[in-house]
Write a protein that binds this ligand. Sequence first.
Ligand code: SF4
Ligand code: SF4
Length: 410
Amino acid sequence: MWVGMVCAVTLPPGSSLTGVGKRVDTVRGTDREARTAVEETAPQVRVGALALELTRYCNQKCDYCYNEFRDAPAATPRGEDRWPARVKRLLSAFDIGHVTLTGGEPMAYRGVFDLLGMLRASGVPTQLISNGGLFDDALAARLATFSPRSIQVTLNADTPQLHDELVGGAGHFERTLRGIAALRRHAVTVVGCMVVNRKNAHRTAEVLARFRELGVQQVALSRFSPAGYSTRHAAKLLPGREHLLACFEAALPFAKGGMRLQCTMPVPPCAVEVERYAPIRFGGCAIGTSAQEFAVGPDGRMRNCTLHGHVISQAGDVADPAVDLHALVRSNDVTGYRRKIPPFCRGCLYEDSCAGGCGAAASWVHSGAHGEHPDPFVGQYVDEGFARALARVRSDPPAASRRRRLDVIL
Ligand code: SF4
Ligand code: SF4
């Protein structure tokens, strides 16, 4: 699964978690029933967005997948499905701006329409992130009845060869195109996504033209950011400045022609003067702001975003009444996140808004705590050890593909 919607497109300057400071009744003791009862009557806390990773399973195995569990995509566990209880509790505790259903492949989760029904009944807007490959007319028609705000589908190239190479197998290109066409036939709003990396940046114009032919008018240009499974592919995929410039130059005429383009992963302004590419929209890391999209994994545990591996406060399943949901979004893991600025970034003009770029990618690549290293996109130019490691892996790609983490070779 890939991002596109995880980072804020526009970061409100100086914004903070709206509502987190709102008074919430303190719950003492460990009695689970009492806590649930109090939460149901306590004022809801505003949360901008939640991404629910409904299943570990995916019909693709993309090199750029940020799922930590991509190597072990266990089938849906037998027995109780905890998602309805999780969603019920989340809806009770939070006033949610929108929910993103993702995975794995969310359409492979058997209860997806039940959850869509719960969310619709609560008036919470929904969107999905899917590879599109499972959609036929019947599935698209059923999804349309739930009026999701949009479904984001990724197309990485205009040819089957390159797209299929990036997503892990033959046939996915055609299946994705068929899925997009089915969704469009049933008037579901499709948001395109292209994961921009070293291999495909030069095909940006062709990919956008293909989206336009398919009737897709909004596309996320999500530059590759290594995390989870894809960390091992960092050397192969991490774009350089020249790749992003080529992508944005090619995309600019589409944006000026009316296509809505947004770069959904932060592009640190010390590396690229993003103002040159208006009206393409650029954002920053949303953690600790009102636009933050918290992630809840297949294990039910909450993280700061879908790329981050760290579980907030090391808490358990959000369905568990012992887990204080309000405390999670007010914890120091969230509110203190932006204060941890990598040493390289201290004193930078953009320190507050950029905060070092994608901290999740930095943590994954260096196996370090958040705040120790800048975004690997910047790091490849300012960290000699990291640059040498990338060069070493690029000179020996077969050996690199067997490695699980880039840190193994640092
Ligand atoms: S905060 Fe760091 S990554 Fe962001 S623009 Fe400044 S130096 Fe670059
Ligand atoms: S850590 Fe990275 S993926 Fe997560 S919200 Fe920030 S920029 Fe986006």
